[in-house]
Design a protein around this ligand. Structure first.
Ligand SMILES: NC(=O)c1ccc[n+]([C@@H]2O[C@H](COP(=O)([O-])OP(=O)(O)OC[C@H]3O[C@@H](n4cnc5c(N)ncnc54)[C@H](OP(=O)(O)O)[C@@H]3O)[C@@H](O)[C@H]2O)c1
Length: 353
């Protein structure tokens, strides 16, 4: 587990011999913002940095503060608006980026928002997705799948190629095989208690999102062993979105207040967290990484690039939880069978949107 100084020193050594392209989905606030800022500072502005979110005003302020090199070597700092809870919007953004970018070196996804973090409310998006899973999982899946060819291109160029999803790695939560979209859980939740006490469907949405992200990185890492895929836990961070617990409903308001006090007492700043997240981002070369809040590796598996097809998790139906293609992975919740089930389900759901 690196100290902050060690993480900063490692990040400071990052000096690629090409112009890096980095995309931060959720770069308009919180950990994603601090990662984009840290990356811009490290590169002294010499990078193509794209921050994605909804808040154009916040984005303009963040981008204006990036170092602006006088030498024009292709550097660019831009904001791309996107409502990531809409899969149609996510697809349109990916299409736009794919049409004009040659490669992407770093794809970082941090966007959450209040709906995805609520413990008391669960609803369905206009596209029919559980609102927690839309932000915690489905949009991350589409961004990864659609932008993957650009990461592959970066790797073919001999450059860094790393996809990172910042959510809640390391818990080893199993991926279930039934009610993957949580529609049954929502049907069973008592509507009259919505907002009053924690909702089973909302809590399940929080937990499932974490488990599904393990499946997401395992699936894509197994298909593309030449690229790095990371699911990382930021820990407790004082961000605008994360500085307060979503609330436990008005019945448990005093408990929420106490938990918020406790959370504040153990949280670190978003800049500090970003140094650990960047450490994880710049450290992994290829393979699957489950990382903790200091960027430390909880478990990893580096595939042999010569055996690309061999590592398709969908082709192997081992049911042992926490094992990826025969390799035990600490803090990883998938089994080859449950990941295959999740991916089949995801593809069928997204095909209908
Ligand atoms: N902070 C913590 O203590 C903590 C703890 C554990 C896990 N996490 C997880 O770590 C990640 C980062 O946390 P955070 O606190 O920095 O983030 P956050 O406050 O949950 O998310 C803020 C970012 O999400 C974007 N966002 C929210 N809804 C969006 C939407 N519909 N479309 C596009 N962008 C949207 C916001 O952009 P706009 O406002 O511009 O739309 C902003 O850039 C999240 O996944 C969070 O769940 C955080």
């Amino acid at each position: 587990m690196p100290t902050l100084a060690a993480a900063e020193a490692s990040n400071a050594a990052f000096a690629p011999n090409y112009l890096p392209v980095a995309v931060f989905v959720g770069g308009t606030s919180g950990v994603g913002q601090a990662m984009a800022e840290g990356f811009a500072r490290q590169m002294k502005g010499h990078a193509h940095i794209i921050i994605i979110g909804r808040n154009a005003t916040a984005a303009a302020e963040i981008l204006a503060a990036f170092p602006k090199p006088s030498k024009s070597d292709g550097w660019a700092h831009e904001f791309v608006p996107c409502d990531a809870s809409s899969m149609a919007d996510v697809r349109a953004v990916c299409e736009g980026l794919s049409a004009r970018l040659v490669y992407i070196n770093f794809l970082v996804i941090t966007a959450g928002g209040p709906a995805a973090n609520s413990l008391v409310a669960s609803s369905v998006t206009p596209e029919g997705l559980d609102d927690h899973l839309a932000m915690r999982y489905f949009m991350r899946y589409i961004f990864t799948k659609e932008l993957l060819p650009l990461l592959v291109r970066a790797r073919e160029n001999g450059q860094h190629a790393h996809m990172m999803t910042v959510l809640g790695a390391g818990f080893g939560i199993s991926i279930p095989t039934t009610d993957l979209g949580l529609h049954e859980a929502r049907r069973r939740s008592i509507k009259i208690l919505q907002g009053v006490t924690p909702s089973i469907a909302a809590v399940k949405g929080m937990i499932r999102g974490v488990a599904y992200n393990d499946g997401l990185v395992a699936h894509f890492a197994s298909l593309h062993p030449e690229i790095a895929f990371t699911h990382i836990m930021p820990g407790q961070v004082l961000t605008v979105g994360g500085s307060k617990m979503g609330g436990l409903g008005w019945l448990l308001a005093p408990l929420t207040w106490l938990l918020n006090l406790f959370k504040a007492s153990i949280s670190i700043t978003q800049d500090e967290s970003a140094q650990y997240m960047l450490y994880g981002l710049l450290d992994g070369d290829r393979g699957l990484f489950i990382r903790g809040q200091r960027g430390d590796v909880i478990s990893a598996h580096v595939f042999n690039p010569d055996h690309k097809a061999h590592f398709d998790v969908t082709a192997h139906k081992t049911r042992t939880q926490g094992v990826l293609r025969g390799v035990p992975m600490k803090g990883y919740g998938g089994s080859d069978a449950s990941v295959a089930g999740l991916i089949a389900y995801t593809e069928s759901v997204l095909a209908a949107i």
